[in-house]
Design a binder for this molecule. Sequence first.
Ligand code: NAP
Length: 251
Amino acid sequence: MSLFDLQGKTAIVTGAGRGLGEAIAIGLAEAGADVALVTNRTPADKTAARIKELGRKAITIQADVSDRDKLPGIIETTISELGGIDILVNNAGIIRRKPAADHSYEDWQDVIDVNLNSVFVLCQLAGRHMIERGSGKIINIASMLSYQGGITVPGYTSSKHAVAGLTKALANEWASKGLQVNAIAPGYMSTDNTEALRDDPVRSKSILERIPAGRWGTSEDLIGPAVFLASGASDYMNGHILAVDGGWLVR
Ligand code: NAP
């Protein structure tokens, strides 16, 4: 359907070497986009090869997004090699599990740097470019912990609440300039991020019991929502936090 067609569009996806980011990057390419794959420690060669098999362009950019000085390079390289930025997906994220009383300031700072500060700076840099062009789609990856307090992850919860707030703030400013800024809040998805929970029989059981869909999510469950928010099909959506959670929140 042409409403969801991303042919001729260019996307940046952070954390695109594994997990949710890898699936989103491949999904955007399946819908027609060329993609800049940003990774820190995981090479994105496998994701890039898959995208090229689909007949789309893929470039790989190695950058630690918590290093603010590296962020302009992501934007500049994408514009020079792919011709512009239509879609930005801020997916890179980390989680540190420690009770609040023992949560080190270093853990707090690391999580805020990756999950929040990089999102603000990349939105700002890509946003300037999109404002000049009069269009653009930004998708930030939020969380169930954009709504809830979570258990022993105070830094992560704070960062994801802030990502939801930032998404709304930017949507307010940029909707009139032709940009759509929205977020996806994944539920409990089976990736490295949630390995510790799935390995804990007590937490694993209680989480599963609360999911109406009766299963953990998969990376592929995010492809449809990401293509939707990246495409013309969502042109009148601004500042929405789209829960993709198998019903977790409505339980
Ligand atoms: P994951 O499997 O742990 O992957 C984390 C991703 O973030 C990796 O691609 C990693 O890249 C990237 N990353 C981490 N630190 C980085 C840094 N400093 N610079 C650049 N990239 C960095 O996690 P995931 O489950 O796919 O999570 C993706 C996003 O969804 C995160 O924002 C997470 O908070 C959010 N989320 C996940 C779930 C879930 O249930 N899985 C639920 C809600 C929200 P490298 O490997 O290259 O370091």
